[in-house]
Design a protein around this ligand. Sequence first.
Ligand code: 5RP
Length: 236
Amino acid sequence: MSASNSPIDLAKLVAARRAVDFVESGMRVGLGTGSTAAHMVRELGRRVREEGLEIVGVPTSTATARLAEELGIPLTTLNEAGSLDVTIDGADEFDDTLTLIKGGGGALLQEKIVAAASERMIVIADAGKHVGTLGAFPLPVEVLEFGMQSTRRHIAALLDEADVSGREAVFRERDGARFVTDEGNHILDLHLGRIGDARRLATALNTVPGVVENGLFIDLCDTVIIGHSDGRVEIG
Ligand code: 5RP
């Protein structure tokens, strides 16, 4: 079974399609990044072409910008748009309080800025992303290249005091080289196992010199649309 028609991909697809029902003409829409968000962008593109939906999109990565352009979705920058009506994005994990781990695709910085500029953030995810406690998915932290080993040591010291069950910090690689974000930074993936206090950890991480942003999204998401592999959709 290929990735594009796997049960998980169907779950992502149905969640993404349902989310697009929330978009109306005249809206400024933040466009997330990742495979679930790509389904949403394709469905938005279909509505733009076939239904005359009039929106302007703000992409959260160069990959999403490229896809949206191919599909004929009018785009602008966040600076031009000012604020957004809604952002629709995927997540790597979410809990019952709608706290998220994001950044599996490396776009967490733009994703967080765009979500924070939006009146509403809708997360679209397959049911497997719903967890009781965050942390099984490695927490991405975007760091500057300058002094990155020193930044890693500061983060390791911070984790020694944190309410987590794992402490490994690994620089992300792609194709045998260090992963580079759209902003030219790197990603440190923190294998924490269990995050006891997400708010405290997020605040502590962002005080480390060299940390640009972390992948904990707190008080940003207000709706989650959960897709199941049998095609059912739940809204929470
Ligand atoms: C990218 C993200 C993605 O939303 C997250 O990784 C989920 O991806 P996918 O929809 O492919 O499972 O945060 O930075």
